[in-house]
Design a protein around this ligand. Structure first.
Ligand code: SIN
Length: 269
C-alpha cells in the first residue's frame, strides 16, 4: 500500500481503511515510511494492546515495547533476536491470548549486488483450511491442541536463543481450526514446533495428525513472498497466516535490523 504516511498520524477513517484491507488480505505492507519509535508504537497500538516481550534482552533499550530482530552485534553481543522465524510458525501461539498482529518495520535491510536479501514468506492458514477434504474438516472439528513454547522444537534443538520468562510459560490450549476473530473464517492453527499433543488423544495419534495438516499450510499455492525495502512496515495476521524468515545474507557484514511489535492478543475460539 502506498500513499500512506504513518509518521503524520492517521485519522479514524484512514485507519479503518487499512484495518479492513488487513483483515481481508492478512499481510499488508506500508511502503516508504520514515518513523521515529514513538510514531511506530502509536501506529502499532491502533491494532490492539502491546504484548509482553519475552526475550527482554532484545527489547529496544529506550522503547521496550519494540523487540529488535537483527543480526547486528555490538560489543560482541547480539543486539536483537538473530534467528527469529527460522521455522514455519505463528507468533506466540504458546500464550493463551495470542497476538492478533505482528508488525515489522525495516530499519536496515541486507543488500548484495543491488538485490535485497532476507525475504519473509507467508502461507495462508485460511486457504489451507478451505482446501482440506470435508472429512478432514470433520475430523478436526472440536479438537483442542496443546501448545508449549519450546514444544517438540526444543527436542530437535533448533531453538538457539531462549530466556527464563519463556521457559516458565505454561502449556496452553487452542482449537485445531481457529475461527478468525474478525472475519469468521476457519484457519488451521497448528505448527510442529509448538504443538505437542491433542486433548483426549494419544501422542502416537496426535503428533502425526498435527504434522500432516501443518505440512499442508506452506504449500506453494498458499504462499506469498515479501521482498523488503527499508522503510516498509509489514503487518501480518497471526491467525490467518504462518511465516518463515530466510537467512540468505552474510553475517555480520550484511546487516538487517527490524523493529518488531506484537499487538492485540485475544482468547481463541
Ligand atoms: C519473525 O519471525 O518474527 C521475523 C521474520 C523476519 O525477520 O523475516
Amino acid at each position: 500500500m502506498t500513499g500512506v504516511d504513518v509518521s503524520a498520524g492517521l485519522g479514524d477513517a484512514a485507519f479503518a481503511e487499512i484495518e479492513a484491507l488487513f483483515n481481508e488480505r492478512s499481510v499488508l505492507c506500508l511502503r516508504g515510511q520514515d518513523l521515529t519509535e514513538p510514531q511506530y508504537i502509536a501506529f502499532a497500538k491502533r491494532f490492539g494492546m502491546v504484548e509482553q516481550i519475552f526475550m527482554a534482552d532484545y527489547a529496544h533499550k529506550s522503547y521496550p515495547e519494540i523487540f529488535l530482530v537483527s543480526n547486528i552485534k555490538e560489543n560482541g553481543r547480539d543486539i536483537g533476536h538473530a534467528d527469529a522465524g527460522s521455522v514455519w510458525h505463528t507468533d506466540m501461539s504458546y500464550t493463551d491470548r495470542p497476538p492478533r498482529a505482528t508488525l515489522l518495520y525495516a530499519v536496515e535491510v541486507p543488500v548484495r549486488d543491488g538485490v535485497v536479501l532476507g525475504d519473509t514468506t507467508f502461507a495462508s492458514t485460511a486457504a489451507a483450511y478451505d482446501a482440506l477434504p470435508e472429512e478432514t474438516k470433520e475430523r478436526i472439528e472440536g479438537l483442542t491442541v496443546i501448545h508449549d513454547v519450546f514444544g517438540r522444537r526444543a527436542k530437535t534443538g533448533t531453538h538457539t536463543q531462549q530466556d527464563e520468562a519463556r521457559k516458565n510459560q505454561p502449556k496452553v490450549r487452542h482449537p485445531f481450526a481457529r475461527t478468525h476473530p474478525f472475519t469468521g473464517r476457519k484457519c488451521l492453527y497448528v505448527s510442529p514446533g509448538e504443538c505437542i499433543g491433542i486433548e483426549g488423544m494419544s501422542e502416537d495419534e496426535a503428533v502425526p495428525l498435527i504434522n500432516e495438516l501443518a505440512a499442508t499450510i506452506p504449500e506453494e499455492r498458499f504462499r506469498h513472498v515479501h521482498k523488503w525495502q527499508a522503510g516498509d512496515i509489514l503487518i501480518w495476521d497471526n491467525c490467518a497466516v504462518q511465516h518463515l524468515a530466510s537467512f540468505d545474507y552474510k553475517w555480520p557484514q550484511e546487516r538487517r535490523l527490524m523493529w518488531r511489535m506484537t499487538v492485540g492478543g485475544s482468547a481463541t475460539s
